[in-house]
Design a protein around this ligand. Structure first.
Ligand code: KG4
Ligand code: ZN
Length: 355
């Protein structure tokens, strides 16, 4: 488990209890195409955040190009650190810790953030706290409500992952289910590309779907009633087949209807499985997080299902669903107060598991 990573040491006593709410943690996130730096005071007082995305540079490729993302991080990271400090009104010398995403993600992207974090930690002589990106997505929920009750069932839906996780306590995770093929966000991106929409596909599909009929096309709801794992590649293929059949027949495509029907199929399966897992595990709280959690239809359907079943639902604001450093700083804060530190020789791990 990440918590027990060999690169970390745990002091016997943190001795920080009385200062916990004033701790200043700088977070760095560079796992994919967002270069983000944030400064958090205590567990959830966000003093300033910079998010610089290279998604425009990936536009013509229809997906993130690792080398391009890596170069963009190199250019953006130092200005982002300076700007986050300026926005926060915090001097670098006042920081208590530096938290950074060490994985999972693109190795060439991770390495830029990790190198920057190590430098800051060494120069400022403050602890370095390595953070798992998926764990950070869960912690986006704690940015808004500091004392969220645990255990909680987390649905992490991003470009690289689709995972149901039982967050038993801080730092203790049990993976309940995950995708067997494409991640939910990946399906949005691939379908967006097929339809000629801009990258990333998720927000573009949501915009088109607003004018469409979610019941127009009966796309499949794969594995809806089986277990807690997910599969989205069949749905993606169904959209591909629908489009090529219509094109062969010379029929005009109704893009809003295709988007609304696809979005409905994804959201319905995610909500159905999440609620079934919450009921079976008897977990009274659900956390929704990851880039796809910014999707309005998913947010509405899950809220309605939670209301109907007496489950408390936490969903971060959309800016904290997609990749951001505030969630990394928040996760880093909770690790820091548990006495968790990373050594300066910690390396990025592109496949870092959550549990
Ligand atoms: O969490 P995130 O920013 O990066 C990863 O960790 O992967 O998630 C990015 C994913 C992309 O696939 C993007 O298309 C999707 O989140 N996404 C959305 C929306 N906003 C971002 N999917 C559906 N609806 C949205 N509004
Ligand atoms: Zn992410």
């Amino acid at each position: 488990m990440f918590e027990d990573d060999a690169t970390e040491t745990r002091p016997q006593e943190s001795g920080l209890d009385s200062r916990e709410q004033e701790l200043l943690v700088l977070g760095i996130e560079t796992s994919c195409d967002e270069t983000s730096v944030a400064i958090l005071s205590g567990s959830n007082n966000l003093l300033g955040q910079v998010i610089s995305s290279s998604s425009d540079l990936h536009q013509r490729f229809g997906g993130v190009v690792p080398e391009v993302a890596s170069r963009a991080h190199v250019q953006a990271i130092n200005p982002a650190i300076s700007e986050a400090l300026r926005l926060s009104g915090v001097a670098a010398s006042d920081l208590d810790a530096v938290a950074v995403t060490v994985g999972p993600g693109l190795v060439g992207s991770l390495v830029v953030g990790v190198a920057a974090a190590k430098s800051l930690s060494a120069v400022l002589e403050v602890p370095l706290v390595g953070v798992n990106h998926l764990e950070a997505h869960l912690y986006a929920n704690f940015l808004e409500i500091a004392d969220l009750p645990l255990p909680a069932l987390g649905l992490i839906v991003s470009g690289g992952h689709t995972m149901l996780v039982n967050m038993v306590d801080h730092g203790i995770y049990e993976v309940v289910g995950q995708t067997l093929d494409d991640a939910a966000g990946e399906a949005f991106d691939k379908v967006g590309r097929l339809l000629g929409l801009e990258f990333p596909g998720g927000p573009a599909i949501e915009r088109e779907a607003a004018a469409g009929d979610p019941g127009a096309i009966a796309f499949p709801r794969a594995m809806k009633k089986e277990g807690f794992d997910f599969s989205f590649s069949g749905l993606k293929t169904a959209v591909f087949n629908y489009v090529s059949k219509a094109e062969t027949a010379g029929q005009a495509l109704n893009i809003p209807d295709i988007c609304a029907s696809f979005q409905e199929a994804v959201a319905e399966v995610l909500v159905y499985k999440t609620m079934r897992a919450a009921m079976q595990l008897e977990v009274p709280t659900i956390f929704l997080c990851g880039g796809v959690a910014a999707n309005g239809r998913l947010r509405v359907l899950l809220s309605e299902a939670c209301d109907a079943n007496g489950v408390f639902l936490s969903i971060p604001a959309p800016v904290f669903c997609t990749d951001n450093a505030a969630m990394v700083a928040c996760c880093g804060y909770y690790r820091f107060i548990r006495g968790i530190r990373s050594d300066l020789d910690v390396n990025p791990d592109p496949n870092l598991p959550l549990a």
